[in-house]
Write a protein that binds this ligand. Structure first.
Ligand SMILES: Nc1ncnc2c1ncn2[C@@H]1O[C@H](COP(=O)(O)OP(=O)(O)OP(=O)(O)O)[C@@H](O)[C@H]1O
Ligand SMILES: [Mg+2]
Length: 297
């Protein structure tokens, strides 16, 4: 491990593409030149994206930078006007979120989309309910609640999520527990990618820690994670690489060990720029850099 680089003038050893060792590794999810316009507003302005196998990739950027739009394009919630998306090297065009899910991409949305009045096991199988075998299931459409509870319990235990009862309705859970249910559901069904939009935004310190632990577990199971977050300490704690989004496109793709938090914020706001190799950061806006407390020479 090289010493973290904490100045604006030195050059990090590794380039941005080294997240999973070499350029020969096929990205799990990749985009080139994505564009999405809403009338006069350009939400995505020629954005590139790369997610490598087994990594936690943080996506950060100012409000309105276009993070959500980019993620929507990658998860089928938005169809880009231009550009290309590849999943495991194959060009793909999602017509909707359901199609992205069928390709193994699961998204935990900021508003969670858990059904509050249903119990935990039912939430785990929401939209994918198991039916009873034989005519009870095929004709009468009866649910196999017992099997869903058993499978949900096994899955929760595997993720070390401690919940007293899976028959508890979700509206009786704490914010962190609800978040855990949403993450567990995504992990249960994801085969390629788990996407999380601000998973710790509404959580306390302890609950945030639990969600970060879950993200680590997901990565340890070999699934790459895209984490959209405004929380710089969380990003630095958990991300293998950081995609900095600015004005509709990728501004930089860097490793947190190569930059300080102040520098990353400065890249986000345009005070610093980084070469396309993710290397040397140079001062683009001296006044803004000084305001961020960074050296400008
Ligand atoms: N459906 C839409 N119609 C019109 N403009 C849109 C639409 N969706 C996004 N935009 C615009 O595109 C730009 C990028 O928005 P987006 O929501 O992707 O940003 P963001 O980085 O996710 O911001 P935040 O951090 O506030 O969530 C903004 O200027 C926004 O107003
Ligand atoms: Mg957003």
């Amino acid at each position: 491990m090289s010493e973290p680089n904490r100045t604006t003038t030195s050059t990090p050893k590794d380039t941005a593409t080294s997240g999973a060792d070499a350029e020969s590794v096929t990205p799990i999810l990749q985009a080139r030149g994505l564009v999405k316009r809403y009338g006069h507003v350009t939400a995505i302005d020629g954005a590139d994206f790369d997610l490598m196998p087994g990594e936690v990739l943080a996506v950060i950027g100012d409000n309105g930078a276009g993070k959500s739009s980019l993620i929507k394009a990658l998860t089928g919630a938005l169809v880009p006007d231009r550009g290309e998306i590849r999943l495991n090297g194959e060009a793909i065009r999602f017509s909707g979120p359901q199609q992205a899910r069928e390709h193994g991409i699961e998204t935990v949305y900021q508003d969670l989309a858990v059904a509050a009045s249903m119990d935990i096991a039912s939430n785990m199988f929401l939209g994918r309910e198991l039916r009873r075998t034989g005519p009870l299931g095929s004709v009468l459409r009866m649910l196999d609640k017992k099997r869903m509870r058993e499978e949900a319990a096994a899955h929760m235990a595997e993720l070390k999520i401690g919940l007293r009862s899976l028959t508890q309705t979700v509206d009786t859970l704490s914010g962190g527990q609800r978040q855990a249910v949403a993450v567990a559901r995504a992990v249960a069904w994801a085969r390629s990618v788990v996407v999380m939009d601000e998973p710790t935004a509404a959580l306390g310190v302890k609950e945030s820690g639990q969600v970060l632990d879950l993200i680590r577990q997901v990565r340890d199971r070999g699934l790459p994670v895209i984490l959209i977050s405004h929380n710089m300490p969380h990003v630095f704690e958990i991300a293998d690489r950081i995609h900095v989004h600015r004005m509709g496109k990728r501004e930089a793709l860097i490793k947190p060990s190569d930059y300080s938090m102040a520098e990353v914020v400065a890249i986000m706001t345009g005070a610093l720029t980084v070469g396309s190799d993710g290397g040397k950061a140079t001062v683009a806006d001296a006044e803004a850099a000084r305001a961020a407390g960074l050296p400008t020479t």
